[in-house]
Structure formats: structure tokens, C-alpha cells
Design a protein around this ligand. Sequence first.
Ligand code: NAP
Length: 685
Amino acid sequence: MNAPAKGPINLESYVCGAWVRGSGTPKPLADAATGETVALIDSTGLDFRAALDWGRETGGPALRAMTIHERALMLKALGLKLMEMKEEFYALSTATGATRSDGWIDIEGGIGTLLSYASRARRELPNRHLLLDGDPEPLSRDDSFSAQHILSPLEGVAVHINAYNFPIWGMLEKIAPNLIAGMPAIVKPASQTAYLTEAMVRRIIESGLLPPGALQLICGGVGDLLDHLGGQDVVTFTGSAVTGRRLKAHPNIVENATRFTMEADSLNAAVLGLDAGPQTPEFDLFVREVAREMTAKAGQKCTAIRRVIVPRNHVQAVAEALEARFARTPLGNPAADGVRMGPLASLAQREEVRARIIDLSAEAEIVAGDPGAVTLASGDAEAGGFLNPVLLHCERPDTASAVHEVEAFGPVATLMPYDTVEEAVALTRRGKGSLVSSVFTDDAGFARAAVLGMAPFHGRVMIGNRDSAKSSTGHGSPLAVLVHGGPGRAGGGEELGGMRALKHYMQRSAVQGTPRLLDHVAGRWMPGGPTHDDGVHPFRKSLAELEIGDQIVTPARTVTLDDIERFAKFTGDTFYAHMDEAAARANPFFEGRVAHGYLVVSFAAGLFVDPAPGPVLANYGIDNLRFLTPVNPGDTLRVQLTCKEINPRENADYGEVRWDCSVANQDGEVVAQYDVLTMVAKDAG
Ligand code: NAP
């Protein structure tokens, strides 16, 4: 890998299976701390239309030919490989202004997100080519016409336009879901820090783990790329609201209704509870969190706390505590020892942040830090984008506007006083939609009122208190399993959120038809679908032999009062409805003593299980269990067990089988309905 010490890196784009350099005059990219040129960037002359076609015609089909588990295993291998190389990325990351802990969020946080998707997808999703969304919808009385929502991968390209602050995480958190969904990507990192993204993409391509066309990279401008997008493509944008709005309104994107996900700026807030005065653990946690959010990545995080909302009588104490923390956070060249806060990404970014502080100063006074003078632990204050933390105080946040609208994308936040929880909530909502806000309180009533008031305006709300002090992942960390995005001002987009994220790259279709054909399309048996009983108990069949629709209908078994009493005694469950005739009759649901629901489930297993050793290895649970009709002594039960879904595992010699289990009484009324989940060997041997 090129290292900055060897001179500027001539960045290349990776399109149509080749690394190419632009034909124009490259733009120099400066080291955030030293100002030295790290890299040169240019994408002039690239054939953007061909890149889209390469993704659509080569990457897409290759990915769609793989199952979801195969794609997930591919990402796992990739994540492990990248993790082995992490020190190379850290070495380059310093030039972006990142300290080691800033780099950790970007590099290991990014690779961790990839690995999280790889693992969750195999745990939570079937090993198939498409996903089912929800249960079948019966549309006829006789089960001859039903519907199933399915999700299939879009056949275009996911174009990811990213911000400069997380050159690695920003790419990986976006490509993980699109690759597992079966869609190829073109990544366009922000120019300022594109050398780090480029370095990682080189390693990804070298690994040979992704099929050709699955990932392309544009270093530099996107030229006429947007002019060639269609309705099967997706654009995700992370950056400033101004750019985002412009791109979203691109005529071609509007005309083709190209999906556009926007993650823009956000005036995130942290609220200190009315109960959380100095001397409480919540006060200390709050101060630590605000200071960390202001200084990590030099405040260049989309989730950073910009508005610090504090009970009026504690404003002074919070300001002093924050100032003390800033004093313990040395600013300097992140390559130097002992530095805990790095510079902004560039000198231009520092000028931008200083200009925004001037905007904020119209409504707020600076109470800590001096935007004009830099105090450094190491480095040259004028060579890099150094800026010490700046804390402002706005006395009348209820009538102010700039403090709720102007995002200074650096180590800057504004303190705001409040008197009641309603006022605190109202202030958070003045941000017109944010990615995240947090509440620090140990008072359940305050937490409830604050969170319910804030939730409609936020993609994520974190409650901080003494119990979670050690385990909390913090205000500013988007997690792979939680949604990231916010309404309104924050862009209205949504990313991550575990498997929810895949759906942004898939089309949801309602498929209607007769269950016999729908079963085949969806790969899942549904009521009304064909069943077969060839005389072989389905538990005697390996995955290779089993088919969806394989069914047994068991002999009947009568439930006696003695069964109920023995079950009650054996399990200790002597709930009155099973034991006391008069009390059971008084219950609005029963006409007398009833069997335990778990007795019904246990008897059902006794009826459908084939006991000898064989391909069925284990029962690992039950889904969607419902007791639909009471079972009284004398009722006779019969079970219909139907193979519903078969999921062979990619890297094991067994897989999961889901069985539809319907227990009915002598009148044909269903008394219990559920899915039985089993592990079954792939081969009979
Ligand atoms: P930006 O200037 O809006 O740029 C964002 C991206 O858009 C960059 O890749 C940029 O490329 C590209 N771009 C700019 N003009 C374009 C055009 N006409 N066509 C296609 N692409 C274009 O934002 P930034 O300065 O990089 O990032 C800082 C902002 O991002 C902050 O406001 C921050 O709040 C926001 N942000 C939001 C999130 C989130 O998740 N919500 C995360 C991080 C950052 P070039 O660099 O090559 O110009």
C-alpha cells in the first residue's frame, strides 16, 4: 500500500474491472495536521455510464446467483481479511486528522459492521435468493387464492455518495446491506479523505472475494453518472443538506423515481434531567458524554451533540465541568503521543467552522474556548485544521433560531437552559428532525416524558443513567443493529437497523395466486398449498429427500381429566382453570376445567414425533404459538404436521426445517397452531 511518507498517492478509480486515473489536472489533498499533500485526485474522463452498466450486467447477476447465506459468508471472509490488515488503514488514517480512537470508530467500527451483517444475515434470514415479507394473506374462503409479499433484489446499482468524516465506516456500513441483498455498489467517497477509502477498496479487490462488478469506486467527481440512473438504481447520500437536496432534485432521479436515501446534517441534542444535579452519577455521565462528542473526530460526526440542554440552575456547573474536561483533552497532530483530539479535516473546514461560530454568536456567547487562538500539544497550528473545543451559551433558546439551525461541523456546542420537561422536549424538536438525542436521567417519569416527546423527531433516542454507565454504547455511535437516520432536517433517510437495511435494496411485491403455485414461488408452504404423504414419516427424511408440503396427519388421542391432573402435579402448574371446576366456569373463556396449553403442545409432540434416531437432530423452538380453542376433558386431538420451509446451511451438514403444526379437536376446530423448528441432517447417512 502507498503510504503518505512516500509522496502523494495518485488516486485511481476502480471501474469496469480496472483501476483508472482521471485525464484532467488532479486536485491535491492535504494531510489534516501538517498540510502536506497526501494524495492527488481526479476522475475526469471516466466512462460513468459504462460503470453503471458493468455493475448492472456483471456484478448484479453474479450476486443474485448467490444465496443470501453465500453472500453473507463472502462478507465474513472479507471482514476477517480486512481486520488482519487494519494497521495499514490506521497508518493512513492519521492523515485525515484521526487519533487512534477516532480511527477505531472508522476502521474497526466499519469492519465490525460488515461482520455483524455477515453473522446476523445467516442467523436471521433464510438461505435463499429472495425474502418473504410477512405471512401469507388468504384472499378466498376455500384457500384457492392467496397472496404473499416477497422482496427481491433490485437489478440496478447502489450508488453511495459519502461524507469525508468516515471514509471507511461510511463505505462499509452501506455496502454490507446492499451486497447481502444482492445488489452491486459504486462508492464515491468525499474527495478530502478518499485515499483511505481507495486503500481499502484496493485490498477488497485484491482479495478476490467479491465477484467482478460487485464493487466499484469513483475517486473524484461523479461526472454525468446521475444522468444515467434508472428506476432500479438506488442512491444513498451522506453529507450536507445543501448538496443532498440538490442531488435529490436531479431531474433524472426525479423522472425515474430512483430511490434516494439522504443522511444530512443534524442538530443533535443531549438533555440533562431535572433530577440530575451535580453530585449525581447522571451529571458526570452527561458531562463526559458531551465532552466526548465534542472532541471525538474533532466534532466531525453527524451524530455529535450540538445542543446541550440543561436545567437552568445547573448551566454554570455544566459549563465549568466541560471546560475542565477540555483542558484534559490535548489537541495536536494525531501522529504524536499523548494527543487525544486531532485537527479538523482541512484548513478550509476550520474556516467553515469558524464562520458558523460567528453565526451562532449572534444568539449565544462563547463561554469556553477561543475560535481565534489555538492551544496545541503538538504540531503547527497554522499548517493543520486545529481548533480547540468551543462552548457557547444561549440564554433564550426558545426565541433563538440559529442555535437550532446552524451546524458547526466541528468541536462546537451550545448550552441551553430549560425549566420543565416540556420545555426541554420543545427545544430538542426545534432541530426540525435529528439523527439522535440523548436524555441523562434516573427518573423514570422524566425519561418517559422526554423520550415520547422526542421520538417523532429523532431516528434514535438514548437514555443514559447510572445503571448503563459501563455498558452504554454512547450517544454518538450508530450501531449495525439499530436504525441510523432521522426525519426532516436530518434528511429523512434510514440506514442500518439490522436486516431492515436490506429492504432499501429490494423491491417489495405482493404476489397473488393459488397456493399451489405461490408455494413454489415463495419456497414456503402455505394453507391451501399441495401436501403429500408418501407413507414415509417426514422425520425419516434428510434435507435432500424432504420437500415442502410433506405431511403427516397423526392418529387421535383423547385428553382425560386424569391427564390434566397428572400434568398439573408433574409440572406444578395448578392454575385454577385446570383444577377447579367452579372457578373455571366463572372465567369468561371457559365452560369448565381445561387442559393446559403446554399439555396440548406436549401431547402433540407425542403424536407427531418419530422417535428413532434419524435425520432430525434437534428441536430448537416454536414460533407463533397460539391456543385458539379450549381443550376440555374428553376432547380428542389430532395433529397435522406439514413441512413448511427448508433452509440448508451453507457451511454445515445440516439445516433448519420449519413445520406447520396444527392441532385440531374432534370437531375439526383448531385448538393450537404454531411452527415447530428443527435441525435436520442434509444427508441420510
Ligand atoms: P458535502 O460537501 O455535502 O459532500 C458530501 C458528498 O457529496 C461528497 O462525497 C461530495 O464529493 C459529494 N458531492 C458534492 N457535490 C456533489 C455533486 N454535485 N454531485 C455528486 N456528488 C457531490 O458534505 P461533507 O462536507 O463531505 O460532509 C459534511 C456534512 O455531512 C456535514 O454537514 C455532516 O452533518 C454531514 N454528515 C451526515 C451524516 C449522516 O449520517 N447523517 C454523516 C456524516 C456527515 P466531493 O467531496 O468530491 O465534493
